[in-house]
Design a protein around this ligand. Sequence first.
Ligand code: SF4
Length: 456
Amino acid sequence: MPVSTFDLFRLGIGPSSSHTVGPMRIALRFVRDLEGRGCLERVAHLEVHLYGSLALTGRGHATDRAVLLGLMGQAPETVDGDTADALVLAARQRLALALAGRHAVDFDESCHLVFHTDQALPQHPNGMRLFAADADGNTLADLTMFSIGGGFIAEESDFPAGPKPVSHPWPLPYRSGVELLQLCAESGCSIAELAMRNELTLRSRDEVVRGLDGIRRAMFECMDRGLRHEGVLPGMLRVRRRAPALFQALQQRRGTGRPMMELDWVNAFAVAVNEENAAGGRVVTAPTNGAAGIIPAVLRFYEQFCNPTGREASHEFLLTAAAIGSLYKENASISGAEVGCQGEVGVASSMAAAGLAAALGASNEQIENAAEIGMEHNLGLTCDPVGGLVQIPCIERNAMGAVKAINAAYLALSGNGLHHVSLDSVIETMKQTGADMHHKYKETSLGGLAVSVVEC
Ligand code: SF4
């Protein structure tokens, strides 16, 4: 069953949907469960254990900060950046936190937050166990959950079959690209219209339109902040932000006729979003935080350079992109820890290619072709973040993914939609490639650039 546009595009904080947003949701879920059972005030002892990729790259991905915030009752959609910093600092200074914001419990990260870097849980690479006991040592809660990419979370009972698909009563359900095209042909509608008809079972048309405008606005606000913010990104790499300089250079070059200027703009757009993400700022997960710059950059490219036909075309872009992203979410993975960066940047590139093609008036077949090209040339892309930070290669990689998406859309538009490799085949290939990929290339920072680049 397809995932809702509003499940795929969600407001969160950086730098990672799987390592920041997901763990924060899990910690919040844990305290809500304790509250729901009336046990919260009895908690005297608390432990959190991180496994697999969460343990290996959790510190660089701010998983520790996310866990603290979730335990203190903060949600990724609503947490305020300044408040978050103050809360985390206070908890660290006092070696204690206010569970759900109201019940004080000792929490010394050096012993109560354990990074099991040599251990992974069998169900999924991003495992997390939370344990609470009362003053007599009686267990109050013992919860194991998984952050499965894009901010989605899963329970232990979801395995081994895998997480249950998000279930909505869609009137037009589809499980594959072939089914999606067939349904569109039978209903005489575009992919975006089909996605809209499905969304209308959950909310009114007005609400969908307002929601899409809200996603677009949040994406562009994040980008605009990134184009202005100068300085150095957090972490030991001391990476200097590049987006403001790129932006200023572009303002000065206006009207100079420099070839491929649009490319420079797309680079600046994507880099701006991912620098904001790397700094722990507010971003739209699209479909992950690590790949959050691609869809906004391509959408801004469309609005700025392609004679847009109105805000409906931007809605069409987002609905189409989400319909394609849903196929990856349900049939493969959008988690770098599960399938490498092809599942993050590759998927975002495929979604953006489809969205741009749709906004430019492509047929459903051309859109499917654009999505397929967008992934085909990202197959095998590994995840090897240097220092466990979502910075190198992630930030530049978003610029490359956005440019590929634009090229994929134009290549598809130059044809008639007939092509050799189907989107379904490329999704299956991505899944298999991810399964075959050595775990050191799947968000562990144990291989690739993460070990070739000397950190200083
Ligand atoms: S390399 Fe790709 S998958 Fe890995 S953290 Fe960076 S953006 Fe995410």
